[in-house]
Design a protein around this ligand. Structure first.
Ligand code: C5P
Length: 399
């Protein structure tokens, strides 16, 4: 997958540096050439000898190394690779990059390069959520820097939360995507996500409890496999992923128009929790109490079924159409019937009864219903569900 590609791997000084060793091995297994660079702090966590042995080449460590400068100057080193990857990207390295500092070899290479840069951040939860780090992250993303992770989890420092570095397969997928080498390279995938808001009047609306977390994770996972992703999202409570085309909508009708405009696509995944009804007599002005004690009578009309509409397209239908089914009982039977009714290829069914804590939560337990039958997946994080589903979509499109 990475044959002939050259990666300049900058290893930062954090406990997650040990994962860089495995990354070197796996990137080389995938055909890449890895040129390692270590910061001074990285050497506190892994040894240059291990890095060099695994990479099968020398390790660059010093900006002022006369031999290195004579053989290959640092400017040339920063440009000879196809991609720069920073593992782990520490808070300090990110701050240096965002500030344009160049006071050691790693930061100088990152400033001097004309190639894309991919960061795998890893740090303590508080350091990651600190406004300074988040400011630096926004700056770096604005500069076109790519990121993978961090995820949630138990950290080496014993705390729990975001800041845990992405796992090696995820970093490899992001490297593949950054180099246009992922299994979905050249494919266009449409994802709907989040709730819709149906106005009652200019200040009130009807909504549902969808956070948009599963659709957002899915868009990121598809992007990581190299897809061009159009992400049509209602007003979700989680931010959209970087590196995808974001189309924001409010109502089901707006979502339908945005989906139509975003087609054609190779695959379309409908993870949005679309409101079934819209208010036909929504007020143009804020509705007032009229003193009678009676509530205004709202008249409801059915919203367009976006998934069914796309599934039944006679020309230009995406090769794979995937719907979601949020059920609270007899999940498989209801979802199997829904697949037939909507005309989609797959249904991702989940039990959202309150006891499961799935709606608005971080985990999901899904059953994938295809033409071949129902397949129940173990309960796992929404990110993991997304990665597994994205891999299945890639296999289906390439099969
Ligand atoms: O009918 P129900 O809402 O249970 O179906 C769920 C699936 O249909 C989801 O994939 C959802 O995104 C999609 N849907 C849609 N347009 C609607 C209603 C649901 O695309 N109006």
């Amino acid at each position: 997958m990475l044959t002939g590609k050259k990666i300049l791997l900058i290893i930062g000084g954090g406990i997650a540096a040990y994962k860089a060793l495995d990354l070197i091995r796996r990137a080389r297994d995938a055909g890449a050439e890895v040129v390692p660079v270590m910061t001074r702090a990285a050497e506190e966590f892994v040894t240059p000898l291990s890095v060099s042995a695994l990479a099968g080449t020398k390790v660059y460590r010093d900006l002022f190394d006369l031999t290195d400068e004579a053989e290959m100057g640092h400017i040339q080193l920063s440009r000879a690779a196809d991609l720069l990857v920073v593992v782990p990207a520490t808070a300090d390295l990110m701050a240096k990059m965002a500030g344009g500092q160049a006071n050691d070899l790693a930061s100088t290479l990152l400033l001097a390069t004309d190639k894309r840069v991919l960061l795998a951040p890893a740090m303590n939860v508080r350091m990651w959520t600190h406004p300074a780090t988040q400011r630096n992250l926004a700056t770096l993303r604005g500069d076109g820097v790519l990121t993978v992770g961090p995820g949630d989890g138990v950290m080496a420092c014993g705390e729990f939360g975001p800041g845990r570095m992405a796992e090696v397969p995820e970093i490899l997928a992001a490297i593949g995507a950054a180099l246009g080498a992922g299994p979905l390279a050249g494919k266009h995938v449409l994802v709907t996500s989040g709730p819709t808001h149906e106005p009652i009047d200019p200040v009130r609306y009807i909504a549902n409890r969808s956070s948009g977390a599963q659709g957002t994770a899915l868009a990121a996972a598809l992007r990581d496999l190299g897809a061009r992703v159009s992400f049509v999202t209602g007003p979700a409570s989680v931010p959209p992923p970087a590196g995808v085309e974001v189309i924001r909508v409010e109502t089901a009708r707006e979502m339908q128009a945005a989906v139509t405009a975003a087609l054609p696509a190779d695959a379309a995944v409908f993870a949005a929790a679309v409101a079934d009804w819209q208010v036909l007599n929504a007020g143009a002005q804020k509705l007032k109490k009229d003193g009678s004690g009676r509530a205004p009578a709202l008249e409801f009309g059915e919203n367009p079924d976006i998934l069914a509409g796309v599934s039944r397209m006679t020309t230009g239908r995406p090769a794979l159409v995937v719907g979601f089914a949020a059920e609270t009982e007899t999940v498989v039977e209801h979802a199997t019937a829904k697949r037939a009714r909507k005309g989609c290829d797959w249904i991702v069914a989940n039990d959202v009864s309150p006891a499961t804590g799935i709606m608005g939560g971080a985990e999901n337990a899904v059953t994938l219903i295809t033409g071949a039958g129902a397949e129940s997946w173990p309960r796992m994080g929404k990110d993991a569900v997304a990665r597994q589903l994205a891999a299945r979509i890639a296999a289906a499109l390439n099969g």
